[in-house]
Design a protein around this ligand. Structure first.
Ligand SMILES: Nc1ncnc2c1ncn2[C@@H]1O[C@H](COP(=O)(O)OP(=O)(O)OP(=O)(O)O)[C@@H](O)[C@H]1O
Ligand SMILES: [Mg+2]
Length: 511
């Protein structure tokens, strides 16, 4: 160091350095008297120099402790530290307002003796938030896999239970003693089916029929329904962005997601209140994206649903998207509403965030990537229920699960179709090669050991061009989303009823 500095210069230089650093710094002596703090320290914790002078370290500890998430952290640390000033420690203080501050405490050495302690503080809120978000999304992935697996197995069983109950109803006379019982079985299976459907929606394993639709139209069409659904003491306002908002997804799913959000909002406003639904096309910049991991910057279609309800604590917010997380009484909520919303948003490739505090209401923000092609007019005429005509066509049925396979066969047996039945794709190809006549429709499970339903569909289309295809599944791996599928196909979501099965088959033939 240059010799021209006097001792006074050196002191001034140290002071200037303290003021120029981005960390907050405090120095205390062995009796815990405050020796010095820098400006940044006062700013970070909201103290005035005067306040420190008068209150000393006791005041600092009391005030900071009151703002911490775990209240006794500061006192415990400073007690341990004052007992042994040679301790070096590094920890993170978490504040109730969401800030995370890293604290580094070390002995203050003067002439090789411990003369006190220095504490420096660094605001790491941004990094801590990113890490929390990452951990959160990994947790949601794991829960999603678990939920999807359970729902998949349950679905096969439920398809069989509901299906056989419906078939049995067709056989028992109206006045038969067993009729009411069988009806109960069917109803119970349907209720259970709605739970598995929501679980599948959450785990994104659900079979969807995505198309490009205009979010503005969807929301506009729903506003009357919502007013009726939510009751008179809740005011529903809709504010739609000016431009069309093309989203590639299943509009039915998005409608269901909006209903779930609206019903939650209603439940949070026991004395009535207001719900605002707004849509817009917005640009997300790098800074916003970085603080909303794993979002990337760019154009997004944004849907906001806000309410003037009771709001949520931070602990509640951290868990709302988990399946079966609910704060409602037993029988009032199953905790699946927001799980379904989450799955729907993720399946579209979007993001969902919540902003809420107790007593201040809640806002959910849904960000969707805009679809490349604009929404076009779609007619629902094609999906109108046609009269169930009895068929003469040949159907090839492929399903590895015996209960579902038998159900499909039983349901179609009396409809006049000629049925070829296989338990695997390989067996189906053999049957097809051995069958000299036409095969009009392939009805196959999606996931089977050996070749999948998608692979089988492609092979069958190559062998028998023009064959109709229906893929049934409650569970799709990414393979189904791959646009490698050739030829027109229809999807049938498990669990399905025999009636839906018949209708779906007629639709394919009538196309
Ligand atoms: N708008 C809101 N305001 C306040 N709290 C909310 C709001 N939306 C959700 N919550 C909280 O999140 C929890 C989970 O919501 P979710 O919709 O997943 O389940 P649920 O409403 O409890 O039950 P379900 O929707 O299955 O009937 C709720 O129990 C509630 O505590
Ligand atoms: Mg709900």
């Amino acid at each position: 160091m240059a010799d021209s500095f006097t001792p006074a210069d050196r002191l001034a230089m140290l002071e200037a350095t303290l003021e120029a650093t981005r960390d907050a710094i405090m120095v205390v002596d062995l009796d815990r008297n405050i020796l010095c703090v820098n400006r940044r320290y006062l700013d970070m914790f909201g103290f005035t120099a005067d306040e420190l002078e008068r209150g000393g370290i006791e005041h600092v500890v009391t005030k900071i402790s009151a703002e911490l998430e775990t209240a006794d952290a500061v006192t415990a640390t400073s007690r341990a530290a004052s007992a042994d000033p040679s301790i070096v420690r590094l920890d993170v203080m978490r504040f109730t307002d969401g800030r995370a501050i890293e604290r580094f405490v070390a002995p203050l050495m003067i002439r090789e003796r411990i003369a006190g302690r220095t504490a420096s503080f660094r605001d790491i809120s941004a990094a801590a938030r990113t890490e929390d978000q990452l951990r959160q999304s990994q947790k949601m992935e794991a829960i999603g896999r678990l939920a999807g697996g359970i729902a998949h197995d349950l679905n096969n069983a439920l398809t069989a239970i509901a299906g056989y109950a419906e078939l049995a109803l067709g056989e028992v006379a109206d006045d038969h003693a067993a009729r009411a019982d069988v009806e109960e079985i069917r109803r119970a299976a349907e209720r259970a089916g709605s739970v598995t459907r929501q679980l599948l929606a959450f785990s994104r394993k659900q079979l969807l029929e995505p198309r490009v639709f205009d979010l503005n139209e969807t929301i506009a069409a729903m506003s009357r329904l919502l007013s009726r659904l939510l009751g008179a003491d809740i005011n529903v306002q809709t504010r739609l962005g000016a431009e069309p908002l093309p989203v590639l997804g299943d509009p039915g799913q998005v409608e269901q997601a909006v209903i779930n959000l609206a019903v939650n909002a209603r439940d949070a406003m026991t004395g009535g209140g207001r719900i605002v639904l707004s849509t817009a096309m917005e640009t997300v910049d790098e800074a916003f994206a970085a603080s909303h991991m794993p979002m990337t910057a760019g154009r997004y279609i944004v849907l906001r649903v806000s309410d003037s309800g009771q709001g949520m604590s931070r602990e509640t917010q951290a868990r709302i998207f988990e399946p079966f997380f609910t704060t409602k009484d037993v029988g009032k909520g199953t905790g699946l509403g927001l799980s379904m919303v989450y799955g729907t948003v993720k399946q579209i490739g979007g993001f969902i965030f919540v902003e809420s505090s107790l007593g201040q209401g809640t806002m959910f923000e849904l960000y969707f990537p805009p679809a490349k092609i604009p929404a076009r007019e779609t007619t629902n005429a094609a999906t109108d229920v046609r009269n169930e005509r009895h068929g003469h066509e040949t159907l090839l049925i492929v399903e590895d699960e015996p209960s579902v396979r038998n159900l499909v066969a039983s349901a179609l047996r009396h409809d006049g179709y000629h049925l070829l039945i296989a338990s695997s794709a390989e067996e189906a190809l053999e049957l097809s090669d051995a069958h000299a006549g036409p095969i009009d429709l392939l009805l196959t499970d999606a996931m089977m050991p050996g070749k999948s339903g998608v692979e089988l569909s492609n092979l069958m289309t190559a062998r028998r061009p023009g064959i109709g295809i229906i893929i049934m599944s409650g569970y799709t791996e990414e393979t189904l989303a791959v646009p490698g599928l050739k030829g027109p196909i229809a999807l049938l979501q498990k669990p399905f009823s025999p009636r839906e099965l018949r209708r779906r088959i007629r639709e394919v033939f009538d196309r």
